[in-house]
Design a protein around this ligand. Structure first.
Ligand code: ATP
Length: 370
């Protein structure tokens, strides 16, 4: 089921004596979520992810814009009639019901042609339980389950009604690091197996990048960029997106372009093609540095961290906006840990230029992007 969000906007009345007017939680959000895909809504706390999800679900009424499931306009439909399954961060299981009863609960209230017999209900409950591998826990109460198991029950309960759309709001944030990794893989598997169009809200870019077919990055209610995770990482449209994706984060320097040459400090570091002369922000991915003796970017070496195959070189440069320059290089590249400085050449595909004022990406007019 394809989901289309068209100019979706949500304004909340601002509370408090001093505040006036309203808070725009979601601002003119337009996005198409293809049938059968897992899409991650990603952004920092307060950027409007949950509000967007709640509008898709029907729990919040948009102030403006429309929501379509396929060609059907569902904007005015109540949540029960939308055919969505929702999983919340805190699982929201009924504590007095056992696992089987929790999963079965959404089926109990089906009416008319959708009403199921007891046998049909049992078969559906078992099917959902098998999908998330909790068949052996059916008689337990939620308090007798681990966080990961509770989350699976919540997912089974969302799937049991055969929803058209599955919505997951920070489903992994109550799990420990190891279980998060495992559970996110499971969510991916279940989503692939069922083929249900799924929207997954998270503030964890690593989580979104690793399991989503597409990501949509939000800031202050506005959609900044959407696309396949690798494409967005490789081709950010603005400094916010470039900074938000990637661990370690992108290194940002103050620089300027003169006669098609990029300067950091006073050093000409890269030829950038047809870009007008101007001051710029320079984003360099950690994997964009090549240590070499006559490299034009000269940094003060602080230390080297060896991490299996790769090494991280931590250095400093006066034009860097962060406390350190982090570069990841292959373990075979020679960097003398006792040296005072380290010199780098730059990989053009890993260096991005951004407008100083707007922080929008600057692309060379002709030929390859810088
Ligand atoms: P988090 O990751 O912290 O859950 P989020 O990206 O999901 O954040 P939202 O919960 O959608 O963000 O909130 C977006 C903005 O709307 C925030 O500024 C929030 O304070 C505001 N907001 C959300 N719900 C309401 C409400 N019911 N009344 C007033 N303001 C609200």
């Amino acid at each position: 089921m394809k989901i289309v969000l068209e100019n979706l906007t949500k304004k909340f009345p601002a509370r408090g004596k001093k505040s006036q007017g309203y808070v725009t939680a979601v601002d003119n959000f337009t996005c198409e979520i293809p049938d059968g895909e897992l899409v991650g809504l990603l952004g920092p706390s307060g950027c409007g992810k949950s509000t967007t999800l709640n509008m898709i679900c029907g729990l919040e009424k948009p102030t403006g814009g429309k929501i379509f499931f396929g060609s059907e306009d569902v904007t005015a439909l109540s949540p029960e009639l939308r055919g969505v399954g929702m999983v919340f961060q805190n699982y929201a299981l009924y504590p007095h019901l056992n696992v089987k009863e929790n999963i079965q609960f959404p089926l109990e209230n089906l009416k008319g042609k959708d009403k199921l017999t007891k046998k049909e209900m049992e078969s559906r409950v078992m099917e959902a339980a098998r999908l998330v591998q909790i068949e052996d826990l059916m008689d337990r109460k939620p308090r007798e389950l681990s966080g990961g198991q509770q989350q699976r029950v919540a997912i089974a309960r969302a799937l049991v009604k055969y929803p058209r759309v599955l919505l997951l709001d920070e489903p992994l944030s109550n799990l420990d690091a190891r279980l998060r990794l495992q559970t996110r893989e499971e969510i991916r598997k279940i989503q692939k197996k069922t083929g249900i169009t799924t929207v997954f809200v998270t503030h964890d870019q690593d989580e979104a990048m690793s399991i989503c077919d597409r990501i949509a990055v939000m800031k202050s209610g506005v959609l900044m960029q959407q696309g396949k995770p690798q494409e967005v990482y490789d081709d950010p449209e603005n400094l916010f997106v470039a900074r938000f994706l990637g661990i370690p984060p992108i290194n940002v320097f103050q620089g300027y372009v003169r006669s098609r040459m990029l300067f950091i400090g006073d050093a000409p570091v890269l030829s950038v093609g047809e870009v007008p002369d101007q001051e710029v922000w320079v984003g360099i991915r950690p994997e964009g540095f090549i240590p070499c003796e006559d490299g034009p970017l000269v940094c003060r070496l602080e230390r080297i961290e060896v991490m299996g195959r790769d090494i991280t070189v931590i250095s400093a440069h006066s034009a860097c906006t962060g406390p350190a320059v982090r570069s990841i290089i292959s373990g075979e590249s020679p960097v003398d840990p006792a040296a005072q400085t380290v010199q780098f050449a730059l990989k053009p595909g890993k260096v991005f230029l951004f407008q100083k004022e707007t922080e929008e990406r600057i692309r060379a007019k002709k030929g390859k992007q810088q």
